[in-house]
Design a binder for this molecule. Structure first.
Ligand SMILES: Nc1ncnc2c1ncn2[C@@H]1O[C@H](COP(=O)(O)OP(=O)(O)OP(=O)(O)O)[C@@H](O)[C@H]1O
Ligand SMILES: [Mg+2]
Length: 336
């Protein structure tokens, strides 16, 4: 069984995973950069990644109980993400592939969040709600690719919550901190609910919530409750329409914010009302991690998808719907 070593370094996490195409995960070792104050600083995150890379790599090999010689291919998340961070992972991947004489496999970070969710939940052909610090996308597989059926027009859901939490002094990670207070909120305050076609916009919601916080007219509990209700309902509305439009019968939740029980609950209710199955990715595999890159790399490698080292430039703006997904072609033929 071919083994693929996958490297994640798109944003705050440096991770190395080892996996097979059948979905065996032999290792998943991750180290997360935490800014002392404010948001993520790309150069500091990259500095963190290069510092921890040798240790993370060694621990992953130890966890899997394999040596580098028994790895068949090196996969790396070439994007989307922050340039300085991406270059750390890409440099290590190119070095290992050249040193070992093994193929290099390009992986799109968003596709990896989707594939690990399908593996972890067993759902075959779901509408995917991918929510994280940098991404908010509703997508599903149609004719060879993951097509986008809705996304944020500005900031991501995780970014909205993290920024709000930071500004009101709740700390990081924002989503669980805001939800904790929201559970004690009672009154729904009107906030901008902004769905445009199939897309959502969260920046006006953030500005309004922060303005109300500064005006001190409402309790922070009520404000958190209203923020959560408004932001999640927008997403559920778009996901429901994507489900109706594509005629699919499954919904999966993935990405760092997939650990939210509140969002899971709302999507589960929507799916149930439409007779669809719902599941969220395993919390251990929700945030950025090396295993999802290794597993997606193994799927790609099994389909013959490799890249010469000299063409493996990083792709900070690599869109999900630009990615070929050859390992699902058969599934698509079976459906249509
Ligand atoms: N327990 C939790 N429940 C819900 N959300 C959480 C939890 N812990 C962290 N998060 C949220 O997850 C988000 C981070 O997601 P992730 O680790 O996928 O990284 P990312 O850099 O945002 O990824 P991407 O590049 O895919 O957008 C943050 O917004 C954070 O608030
Ligand atoms: Mg991510």
């Amino acid at each position: 069984m071919p083994l693929v070593l996958g490297i994640e370094s798109t944003a705050h996490t440096f991770g190395v995973g080892i996996a097979s195409e059948k979905g065996e995960i032999l290792a998943n070792v991750n180290s997360v950069y935490r800014p002392i104050a404010g948001g993520i600083k790309p150069s500091e995150a990259a500095e963190h990644h290069s510092r921890v890379a040798p240790v993370v790599l060694r621990r992953a090999l130890e966890a899997a109980g394999v040596s580098l010689d028994s790895i068949d291919a090196i996969a790396v998340a070439l994007g989307p993400g922050l340039g300085p961070c991406l270059r750390v992972g890409a440099t290590l991947a190119r070095y290992l592939a050249s040193l070992l004489g093994k193929p290099l496999v390009p992986v799109n970070h968003a596709v990896a969040h989707i594939e690990i969710a399908r593996l972890s939940t067993g759902l075959k052909d779901p509408v995917v709600v991918y929510v994280a610090g940098g991404n908010t996308v509703i997508t599903t597989f149609v004719e060879g690719r993951y097509r986008v059926f809705g996304e944020t027009l500005d900031i991501a859901l995780g970014n909205l919550m993290d920024t709000f939490a930071r500004e009101v002094g709740l700390g990081f990670p924002g989503v669980p901190k805001v939800e904790e207070l929201a559970a004690r909120g009672k009154n729904l305050i009107p906030l901008p609910y902004s769905v445009k076609g199939q897309d959502v916009s969260y920046s006006g919601l953030l500005t309004a919530a922060l303005r109300l916080y500064r005006e001190k007219r409402y309790s922070l509990e009520d404000l958190c409750y209203s923020l959560v209700e408004t932001a999640y309902s927008m997403l559920v509305e778009v996901a429901e329409r994507a489900l109706a439009h594509t005629g699919k019968s499954e919904v999966v939740l993935t990405g760092g914010v997939a650990r939210s029980p509140v969002l899971s609950d709302k999507l589960a209710k929507m799916a149930r009302a439409r007779g669809a199955r719902f599941a969220a990715v395993d919390p251990e595999l929700a945030g950025d991690n090396g295993a999802m890159i290794a597993y997606t790399g193994a799927l790609a490698y099994a389909s013959g998808l490799t890249i010469p080292v000299e063409e493996s430039r990083v792709r900070p703006l690599w869109r999900l719907d630009e990615v070929e997904v050859p390992w699902r072609r058969q599934t698509s033929a079976a459906i249509t």
